[in-house]
Design a protein around this ligand. Structure first.
Ligand code: AMP
Length: 545
């Protein structure tokens, strides 16, 4: 017997309609590429998303066709999130920090037929447009008067001219909620990038889950600043959860340096922010020496790579800002776990709570996880045994776009996504990432967590950033070394740093050497690029050899 409740597909357009009708005057504030601040409301956003939907119909662009965006976090990008997907097309958010050849590659692979790009990306588009013959409409996200007279790009129009020609009323089409809505390519440090193709259903469910109190806890009372870019796994789903909750949304545009972020937070009274550790490192390095404080910031979600415990302490103890450590992946929309304490843990001493809060956290309803050994057998949740982390759920990838399915079936026929991360899970269900499978250091048959080594180094007051990699060793297979970039003006010797490890980890886990570098290489999504670091240190020889 079926239930007798209304059956409505979970569509992204319904988030927009809801936002316009139920919190239409909620504010969306954007710093534009031009440098000024733009303000409007969810109602305005919905109206302009409708104009865009008309413009796509008029091209014409078929249902399911791909529209690329090369854009920062801003209101026009938001309009694309809702206008493109809402009208049944697929939004392909492209990472502008990729090499131009990679940008052309992903555009051709996705078969983008329209590309909307930020004014400041004109040189990039001039470099790639001839390599992308499938694109039939090039649109610059700007006012008509900003359009260059001779861009060399055939038929280039300004976004405002383009959508301005159409009405702001539109009936969003209704279709199967499993229809594709957007896509995002993985960072792809080896081989060609692969795309996760999200659906309306996966995105809407993820938006619900992301807003929950034990997840990102986003409400109508918040002013939310996603520093995580809208081209990096849909800014962790925040644009959708924002429409769902009606929070004030503050979009930083291209300015992600410490000063710009701090000033925007203060001016807009941001209560909640989200980003990768490298962004928060920049913010803390800006405000620390100046003795500045946050007047409104209450919580920040930090994920994308391991959040160093020293950063959690700096935010919590130094500024009274709660840190929510999150783990996710492009393939999982991206949220998988978030670290918030359980009721029974509230009475624990501070240092014990701190140990828990450093973990990547508990699974969000919708995600199931387990750790397995090399034979695929599930391992115990004892907080010590580590294994390959597997996940499943309705917002987790089944098959790569134009690719194969990486899922692995267990003995019950359940299909799990192998994350490529190595983790432990404790009896309370808190997961902790030890490493990427390929980064874990194997020394004398034992594993050493590069994240542990990095976290300790980053707890040293002189260290800005640290990256640990394994170096080949004839006796032990591999030994860890730590590459360290110091804070401006700070000094520390190799010996002092190695001594800093004493008593914090087992003796055999202490790195064999410290290599001082000017900067740790950072990839397109703000994560450490260990592949490049390994190349840079290819002639390095361990002192212990
Ligand atoms: P991406 O798909 O580019 O976002 O990369 C996903 C990968 O980033 C994961 O598989 C992890 O290796 C890593 N990652 C994400 N969040 C965290 C975290 N909180 N701690 C450690 N690693 C993380």
């Amino acid at each position: 017997m079926l239930g007798l409740m209304q059956s409505q597909p979970l569509l992204i357009s319904s988030l927009m309609e809801f936002a316009a009708r139920h919190h239409g005057d909620g504010e969306i504030v954007s710093r534009r590429v031009e440098g000024d601040i733009h303000r409007y409301t969810y109602r305005d956003l919905a109206a302009r998303a409708k104009r865009l939907a008309h413009a796509l119909d008029a091209l014409p662009l078929a249902f399911g066709d791909r529209v690329g965006s090369l854009a920062w976090n801003g209101y026009r990008h938001m309009e694309m999130y809702f206008g493109v997907s809402g009208s049944g097309r697929v939004l392909h958010t492209i990472n502008p920090r990729l090499h131009p050849d990679q940008i052309a590659w992903v555009m051709n692979h996705a078969e983008d037929q329209v590309l909307c790009f930020e004014l400041s990306f004109l040189p990039l588009v001039q470099a790639v447009h001839k390599k992308c013959p499938m694109v039939k409409k090039w649109v610059m996200l700007c006012d008509a008067d900003k359009l260059p007279a001779d861009s060399g790009i055939p038929g280039l129009v300004s976004y405002e001219d383009w959508i301005g020609a159409y009405p702001d009323t539109y009936v969003w089409p209704q279709f199967d909620e499993n229809t594709a809505s957007s896509m995002c390519y993985t960072s792809g440090t080896t081989g060609d990038p692969k795309a996760a193709l999200y659906s309306h259903r996966s995105t809407t469910l993820h938006a619900y889950a992301a807003a929950l109190p034990d997840v990102m806890c986003i409400s109508a009372r918040d002013a939310v600043l996603p520093v995580v870019p809208m081209f990096h796994v849909n800014a962790w789903g925040i644009p959708y959860s924002a429409a769902l909750t009606g929070c004030k949304l503050v979009l930083p545009g291209p300015a992600m340096d410490g000063q710009s972020i701090y000033e925007l937070m203060e001016a807009e009274q941001v209560t909640y922010a989200a980003g990768v550790p490298t962004v928060w490192q920049m913010l803390l390095s800006y405000i620390g020496p100046k003795g500045l404080k946050f007047s409104s910031l209450k919580r920040t979600v930090i994920g994308g790579s391991a959040c160093p415990p020293a950063m959690i302490t700096a935010f919590q103890e130094g500024y009274g800002v709660e840190v929510l450590h999150a783990w996710g992946m492009t393939e999982i929309s991206p949220l998988g776990t978030l670290c918030t304490l359980k009721n029974k843990q509230l009475k624990l001493p501070k240092d014990e709570q701190m140990k828990i809060l450093q973990k990547q956290g508990r699974a969000i309803y919708g995600v199931d996880m387990k750790i397995v050994n090399g034979e695929g057998q599930e391992l115990p949740w004892d907080g010590k045994t580590y294994g390959d982390l597997m996940v499943k759920g309705p917002w987790i990838l089944d098959t790569y776009y134009k690719g194969s399915s990486p899922l692995v079936a267990d003995e019950y026929g359940q299909r799990w996504f192998p994350t490529g991360d190595v983790a432990t899970i404790d009896p309370d269900g808190f997961m902790q990432i030890t490493d990427r499978t390929k980064d874990v250091i194997k020394s004398g048959g034992e594993w050493i967590s590069s994240i542990d080594i990095e976290n300790i180094a980053m707890g040293h007051p002189s260290v800005a950033m640290a990256a640990c990699i394994g170096m080949p060793h004839p006796k032990w297979d591999e030994r860890p070394i730590v590459a360290v970039a110091l804070k401006a003006g700070a000094q520390v010797t190799r010996e002092e740093l190695l001594q800093f490890y004493e008593g914090k980890i087992a003796k055999w886990q202490i790195p064999d050497d410290v290599v001082f570098v000017d900067a740790i290489p950072i990839g397109a999504t703000g994560k450490m690029l260990k592949v490049r670091l390994r190349q840079e240190l290819k002639d390095y020889v361990l002192p212990t050899l």
